[in-house]
Design a protein around this ligand. Structure first.
Ligand code: GLC
Length: 420
């Protein structure tokens, strides 16, 4: 065949091939929360589309907080709507999703590889996604709460990072006094009635040696440790370290306050680091350090385990293609991309040791043991209600409309019904 005829044949074949690919194109719609970096998801999906021209992946962005996203998803999924193919879900949700049969169990799709695939993840994420023996979702990124602080300000005032809450209060008071800046706040944690506020209750309770339930599943809210969160936040408010409007603070507002240079200490999740270093409007680039949360003097620090999972909707129309994409989203390659582009903590042990990951996030070296020892919020198919009871009571206390006794007795009564 002459060159000319070859070229002519190729020219004829190309449009045919292109239209054949178009004809077979599958569109997959991926749902992610606003705080989980939809822009980074887009980059990851672009890469997938390049490698898989038969797939077009769209991103749908939900609300900013985990609870708001779930409210919307409750509506969509209760209607068995097929609009979403892949959904990012919070680590607290697999039990509810399994009970409602909203997620397509992935065992059959993973087939003989199932156990080997699941064994690659950090154990807490492998376990969180297997409910009653079924793989409900695949881990996307890990998370925990850390103490973020302004290392420039601590250095300026010749202070060490606090190891316990008592030190944090006095350190914050010294810096606030020394700076004399009316816009500078001492410490923030989530206080609005959102999911993160569940941890504003649990973390100090765990830190004081308490547990929500005992080995038999009986509530432990009468124990002294259950009072500790109320005592700690009251002490901080009285010391003018916790701002008066803490009951209005949502996670991403705290991130914005810190990013604007108006916050000294924050109990915050992993994603904030990347924004502090890279956002166009950051005032705190290279001025931030991230360490484990403080303990109580003589005690052990505690933190909530967090993170996001990739679920395949039980109602999607292209489940086989969706599972392929889900496996890509849950791969070491994507875990590394997320770590570098969004400071999303890896769900694979080896990604923590990657040189480029550590260069973007020097604190990840100390983060792995924190993730490995982070504790789980209650696992329940009725987690929505469990969460609502805890966070609304913590919020009412922080707002000054309920005493700690009232909040604890309301939690006790209502949780006893839900957590049976
Ligand atoms: C982070 C965590 C998630 C948690 C949420 C609460 O996104 O990864 O697990 O529920 O914060 O605000």
């Amino acid at each position: 065949m002459t060159l000319f005829r070859l070229a002519a044949a190729a020219a004829l074949a190309l449009p045919l091939l292109a239209s054949a690919a178009e004809a077979q194109q599958t569109t997959l719609r991926v749902f992610t929360g606003g705080q989980q970096r939809p822009d980074v998801m887009r980059k990851i999906l672009d890469l997938y589309q390049q490698r898989n021209p038969n797939v077009k992946a769209e991103v749908e962005v939900g609300g900013a907080t985990s609870d708001v996203q779930q409210q919307y998803l409750n509506t969509v999924l209760s209607a068995r709507d097929s609009v979403l193919d892949i959904i990012l879900i919070d680590v607290i949700r697999p039990a509810q999703w399994a009970a409602q049969q909203w997620a397509e169990p992935l065992d059959t799709y993973l087939g003989a590889e199932r156990n080997a695939v699941m064994a690659r993840y950090l154990p807490a994420y492998r376990d969180a996604n297997i409910i009653d023996g079924k793989v409900i979702a695949l881990p996307y990124f890990a998370d925990a709460q850390f103490l973020y602080f302004r290392k420039d300000l601590l250095e300026k005032h010749k202070l060490q990072p606090p190891k316990n809450w008592e030190e944090l209060i006095t350190t914050a008071q010294t810096v606030l006094k020394g700076e004399g800046n009316a816009n500078l706040r001492g410490f923030e944690t989530a206080g609005a009635p959102i999911e993160g506020t569940v941890c504003t209750f649990l973390v100090p309770m765990w830190g004081a040696g308490g547990n929500l339930t005992d080995g038999q599943g009986r509530l432990q809210l009468d124990a002294a440790a259950a009072k500790k969160p109320f005592e700690l936040w009251t002490q901080m408010k009285q010391a003018n370290v916790l701002p008066p409007n803490i009951a209005e603070v949502v996670t991403d507002r705290m991130r914005l306050n810190f990013q604007a240079g108006n916050l000294l200490f924050a109990m915050q999740w992993g994603y904030a680091w990347n924004r502090f270093q890279n956002d166009a409007d950051t005032q705190v680039k290279d001025k931030v350090a991230v360490v484990p949360l403080p303990s109580f003097a003589g005690g052990q620090p505690a933190t909530c385990i967090g993170g996001w999972q990739v679920a395949v909707s039980a109602f999607g129309k292209n489940k086989a293609e969706a599972v392929k994409l889900a496996r890509f989203l849950s791969s070491p390659e994507v875990s590394k991309m997320q770590a570098i582009l969004a400071s999303h903590l890896p769900v694979f042990a080896e990604v923590y040791d990657d040189a480029e990951v550590l260069q973007a996030n020097p604190w990840f070296a100390q983060a792995r043991p924190v993730v490995l020892t982070a504790r789980s919020r209650p696992i329940s198919p009725r987690y929505n209600e469990v969460s609502d009871i805890i966070r609304s009571n913590m919020n009412a206390f922080l707002a000054g409309t309920r005493t700690s006794d009232q909040a604890l007795s309301d939690m006790n009564q209502r949780l006893a019904r839900v957590m049976r």
